[in-house]
Design a protein around this ligand. Structure first.
Ligand code: FES
Length: 103
């Protein structure tokens, strides 16, 4: 059963930016794109690069280490060298709170 927990406040994540958080031991990126808020893992699947040290370009987060790109809406790989998607978590908005189902 889904259990949505607060991962950030809307006010803390302006559009076009992301925020690094750790919730229940999971390092996450909470991203705000033109299409809404998304929560994804903050670790690159290529070689564990810190995606939070990278940059958000539209809906793509780019890893600073070797340039892999992932779609933050789905976790899908957009550019090599990563071959495995990052995990993306369902998000709900509750007032000013951004909540994600980390189950
Ligand atoms: S660790 Fe992210 S592209 Fe290599």
């Amino acid at each position: 059963m889904a259990e949505f927990v607060t991962v950030a406040k809307q006010d803390d994540v302006p559009v076009g930016q992301f925020k690094e958080v750790v919730v229940r031991g999971k390092p996450l990126l909470v991203c705000h794109t033109a299409t809404g808020f998304y929560a994804v893992d903050n670790t690159c699947t290529h070689d564990d690069g810190p995606l939070g040290d990278g940059w958000l370009d539209g809906c793509a987060i780019e890893c600073p280490r070797h340039g892999a790109r992932f779609d933050v809406r789905t976790g899908e790989v957009l550019a090599l060298p990563a071959a495995v998607p990052i995990r993306s978590y369902p998000v709900q908005i509750d007032g000013n709170e951004i909540k994600a189902d980390l189950g």
